[in-house]
Design a protein around this ligand. Structure first.
Ligand SMILES: Cc1ncc(COP(=O)(O)O)c(C=O)c1O
Length: 393
């Protein structure tokens, strides 16, 4: 039994969740429920592995432990049924950085990147920061709140300058595990239109409620041949600060170009602690992950029940994966500024607002539920009070 219910004081640890309140919100009296890491203690096996290494007093240049890549291959095979060959794998120092690398290697300055909002904002900020044009293919909202990929619009917006499509699966912020048929259709489209696909699968080991993550590259030969997949243990095991992620590229031509560039720049050299934490997570972290999933599912149910009972104007979309809940606040009929005023000034909460994720995010907020239930309950209570006092005025 691991402890997910004790609140741990993070202030003083330099955590982004609290330290960024003042610079980003202009005040630090807010309860943070935003950036995507969790308030749970890391699995003891991981902490112990790092501690053991610290028993040695020298932290010089170090080779990768022998079990690093076998542990990654074992994890991917045992969790996703995907037999990944050793040459397909390469360390990258973070997935957003990986996106930046792909853009620099594969997308010429006059070429474009397709993204499907609402989506994790670095998907469009990174291309733009690198002066590449972003093309929107907004997701289509279905009745019931889930989303589809809009293939008709994709056909319309994709021209011969489009070189890369960035896919988020499972999807942040809506928590969708895209189904096989959708992924196959997307692969066929991208193959026919000569698009490279980044499949960002950082949330892949947190599928909830019996949903299953399907790695994009496994859905068809076309998907395998045009894709660069990014995965990591960092979200699942709450070790984002360690920085450990990897690319998976089955196509040897893409590998030659991408991995050649990464190696030339030594961007594949992991920091000392990344392989240690990754091996411990993948070899010993499964019981912790299973308990985490059960706790997160209960947190989702708690949020659903609470909103139904006390804040019916806010409708949470049940995530199929991960610890982020997409809150549909449109029934409150508030402008963007009034919605922020409600969450920040009245409820004293710091969430990611939906507009941050691009077109389609208007009227939504993203709630991080990777916290002890008491913490979430406190946040929701403040929100309910704020909504009720706003509606009452
Ligand atoms: C979809 C997605 N990709 C990437 C990241 C960040 O990954 P990294 O810290 O490895 O850059 C996040 C973090 O929230 C995410 O949700």
């Amino acid at each position: 039994m691991y402890d997910f219910s004790t609140e741990i004081e993070r202030r003083g640890s330099g955590d982004l969740m609290h330290e960024a309140l003042l610079p980003r919100w202009g005040r630090d009296d807010l309860q943070p429920m935003w950036v995507a890491d969790m308030d749970f203690a890391v699995c003891p096996d991981i902490l112990n592995a790092i501690r053991r290494r610290l028993d040695h007093p020298i932290l010089g240049y170090t080779v990768e432990p022998e079990d690093f890549w076998p542990s990654v291959q074992y994890w991917i095979l045992s969790h996703h049924g995907w037999q990944v060959e050793r040459p397909w794998l390469k360390f990258i120092p973070g997935i957003v950085k990986g996106i930046g690398m792909v853009i620099n290697v594969f997308v010429k300055p006059d070429e474009k990147v397709i993204v499907m909002p609402p989506v994790y904002h670095p998907f469009f900020l990174t291309p733009r920061g690198n002066h590449r044009e972003v093309v929107w293919n907004p997701l289509r909202r279905r009745d019931g709140g889930y989303y589809d990929i809009d293939f008709d619009n994709l056909e319309k917006v994709c021209d011969n300058k489009c070189r890369l499509l960035i896919l988020c699966t499972p999807h942040n912020p809506a928590g969708i595990c895209w189904d096989k048929e959708t992924l196959q259709n997307l692969a066929a489209f991208c193959y026919d239109h000569h698009l490279l696909v980044i499949s960002d699968e950082i949330h892949c080991d947190l599928a909830l409620f019996g949903h299953k993550h399907i790695p994009f590259a496994t859905v068809s030969d076309k998907a395998r041949d045009i894709s660069i997949t990014f995965q990591a243990p960092t979200k699942t095991f709450n070790i984002a600060g360690v920085i450990s992620s990897y690319a998976i590229v089955p196509n040897p031509e893409i590998r030659r170009k991408f991995y050649g560039w990464i190696t030339a720049n030594e961007l594949d050299e992991a920091n000392l602690f990344a392989p240690i934490a990754t091996i411990a997570a993948y070899r010993h972290g499964e019981p912790w992950r299973r308990e985490l999933i059960a706790y997160l599912e209960d947190n989702v149910r708690f949020v659903e029940d609470y909103c139904r009972q006390y804040i019916p104007g806010i409708r949470p979309l049940r995530p199929q994966a991960s610890f982020l809940v997409w809150l549909d606040c449109r029934d409150l009929h508030l402008s963007h500024d009034a919605l922020l005023d409600l969450f920040i000034d009245k409820a004293h909460l710091a969430l990611n607002d939906g507009e941050m994720f691009g077109p389609g995010g208007e009227g939504f907020m993203r709630l991080n539920i990777g916290s002890p239930r008491s913490y979430i309950e406190r946040g929701l209570r403040h929100l309910a009070d704020a909504v009720n006092s706003t509606v009452g005025t």
